[in-house]
Design a protein around this ligand. Structure first.
Ligand code: F6R
Length: 613
């Protein structure tokens, strides 16, 4: 939610900032802006995409080696040129870019208005920049002190970068709840919401922690904790494990398509160093210190949002089947507000691609405050959730830039399968033979996904038939019910077709009323113990003239003779079937969205990383 980029050094800032904004555009894309600080400060803001801002500013030949850039996902105030960042204070002393929400902004605004401040925008951010300026002028302070004092009056979340026109050769950055990374180059520094705008310039980075404030000049920086009395902290420089080619489209029309096709590789990366079919072994090093507690847990609670929640539902079935430990899954946004019963003996698993989802982070803090052991399953290395948890497993899917999650889901499920197997094997719930079989079957999944991906053109043909549908129903049973929910989410979020995901047996309790000859029903029906039941569900749909698109196991003649279209996936263990059956659903949504002319990588109203509540 909102992308921030800043530069201070000896190069011209404009190109670095605009390129950085294009890399961060997946975080928000309703408006963008840039400020270049030279003798004075020039600010340009534009509603719409970063490319529109670039078209406006490019010809102006902006010179300056310090600058700020922002791409917005609106929270306070509609997306327009005025509400876009950067925001400047009334007396033009400070310029700010901000990701997050200032919750007490109405009260602060009123106080500033009473003192003569006027506001141009509807944003909470303009209130903050004026508060800083007010404190700076009134107290005759330096910029760093004014920022620190202003932030002490703020309730909310922020990742922000500030420039002061009186103290031109520095940028001030601070974070609380919204991510911020500093790239350390040769006499230059880069600031960004994540490392993607930084990686082509330097691999040395400093991840700011909550309540950190950095003051950055061309030749050095200092770091302090906003709350502590100790002035300086030692910045810890880390090596960035990210390559530029991982954040390019590499010939694919969209990031989403690239990421769908990356899944065989990303799952192999999730296995790396963990799954060893050659020696029949599995090792999850990140859980080493907590595994003993996990295997003896009385209860496991999984918390997540969106697609990660769907992976969590698969996880519930996996952990109960293989680990035999009662497991519950909750939307983090519900869990955190309903005063849940949490025991010290509980294990909480937080799942998040970005590692920055505000509700998941808040739910983690709640669980920790009640004494539970919290572990994470995350993709983004160094993000907030792995730092807030007591152990965990990185999915290592590589950067996911398409706003709709694809490889995040399959790699999260891969980790959950490995966790469930590990729990079951260690606590004796599964025997050697089953464990070995699962290891072998799991290791075959990447190749099986590759064979499904080869059916892309065929799935595109089916998509063309249903691209104008207004509704769709997705059905599955057992492990495939969360897949139905995930398929429906993919369709709605990128093609804006209303879709519902349901456990197939629930169809009779309501959704069946929706079925008519215009309703595509996507039924995920690979062979397992409830196969006969789902065949009955297909007949129920056909009896009401519904259209059936079925995802079936290779060689299934029964369903093929009943359904309007079938997509075959290779046979596997039922518990592993989500990893295969979700692939045709991802492709189906992708092609439909493209044919409807939707912006697949940047669907309307969405942003990749939901860092606001
Ligand atoms: C859907 C999607 C979202 C995210 C959700 C959680 O395609 O991407 O539903 O899954 O916002 O995000 P993370 O996993 O980053 O916590």
């Amino acid at each position: 939610m909102c992308g921030i980029v800043g530069y201070i050094g000896n190069k011209q800032a404009y190109n670095i900032l605009i390129k950085g904004l294009k890399r961060l555009e997946y975080r928000g894309y309703d408006s963008a802006g840039i400020a270049i600080i030279n003798q004075g400060c020039k600010i340009f803001k534009k509603q719409g995409k970063v490319s529109e801002l670039d078209a406006l500013v490019k010809s102006k030949n902006l010179h300056g080696t310090i600058g700020l850039g922002h791409t917005r996902w609106a929270t306070h105030g509609e997306p327009n040129d005025t509400n876009a960042h950067p925001h400047e204070s009334m007396h033009k002393k400070f310029i700010i870019i901000h990701n997050g929400i200032i919750e007490n902004y109405t009260r602060l605004k009123k106080r500033l208005e009473d003192r003569g401040y006027k506001f141009k925008s509807d944003t909470d951010t303009e209130v903050l920049v004026n508060l800083i300026e007010y404190i700076y002028i009134k107290g005759k302070l330096d910029a760093e002190t004014a920022v620190r004092l202003a932030l002490s009056k703020v309730v909310g979340a922020y990742g922000l970068v500030i420039a002061c026109t009186d103290e031109k050769d520095k940028l001030i950055a601070a974070r609380k709840g919204s991510p911020l990374v500093i790239g350390v180059g040769e006499q230059e520094y880069f600031l960004a919401s994540d490392a993607t705008p930084i990686v082509e310039y330097t691999k040395s980075v400093i991840y700011l922690h909550d309540d950190d404030m950095a003051v950055i000049g061309r030749n050095g920086m200092s770091l302090r904790n906003l709350k502590s009395t100790k002035i300086h902290k030692k910045p810890i420089i880390q090596k960035l494990e990210l390559d530029v080619d991982k954040i390019e489209k590499n010939g694919f029309a969209h990031y989403m398509l690239k990421e769908i096709h990356e899944q065989p590789r990303s799952i192999k990366d999730t296995f790396r160093g963990r799954l060893r079919p050659d020696v029949n072994a599995l090792k999850l090093g990140g859980l080493h210190y907590v595994m003993k507690d996990i295997i003896h847990a009385k209860r496991i609670i999984i918390i997540a949002c969106g697609t990660s929640y769907h992976a969590g539902l698969v996880g519930e079935f996996l952990i109960e089947e293989f680990g035999r430990i009662p497991t519950e899954v909750e939307y983090a946004s519900e869990f955190r507000y309903r005063d849940p019963i949490i025991y010290e003996s509980d294990i909480v698993i937080a799942i998040s691609q970005s590692g920055e989802t505000a509700d998941t982070l808040a739910a983690i803090e709640l669980a920790k405050s009640k004494g539970a052991t919290v572990v994470g399953i995350c993709n983004v290395v160094g993000s907030s959730i792995p730092r807030a948890t007591m152990g965990g497993v990185y999915t290592h899917a590589g950067p996911e830039i398409g706003v709709a999650s694809t490889k995040a889901f399959t790699t999260q499920v891969t980790v959950l399968i490995m966790m469930a197997m590990e729990i079951g094997y260690k606590n004796g719930a599964i025997k050697e033979e089953q464990y070995s079989k699962l290891i072998k079957e799991l290791s075959l999944i990447p190749e099986k996904i590759s064979t499904i991906l080869k059916q892309g053109d065929y799935i595109k043909e089916i998509s063309a038939i249903y691209k104008d549908a207004t509704n769709a129903l997705y059905l599955g049973r057992g492990y495939l019910y969360p897949v139905a929910m995930e398929g429906a989410l993919k369709l709605k979020e990128i093609s804006y077709i209303h879709a519902e995901g349901y456990p197939a047996a629930e169809m009779k309790h309501g959704p069946i009323a929706l079925i008519d000859e215009n309703m595509p029903v996507i039924i995920i029906a690979t062979k397992d113990k409830s196969y006969e039941k789902i065949v009955n569900n297909i007949q129920e749909v056909k009896a009401r003239k519904g259209i059936v698109i079925a995802i079936v196991t290779e060689g299934d003649n029964t369903i093929s003779s009943m359904a309007d279209h079938v997509v075959e996936v290779p046979d596997t263990e039922f518990a592993l079937a989500p990893l295969l059956t979700v692939i045709p659903l991802q492709l189906f949504s992708y092609y439909i969205a493209v044919m409807r002319g939707c912006n697949v990588d940047q669907p309307r109203n969405l942003a990749k990383s939901v860092t606001v509540e």
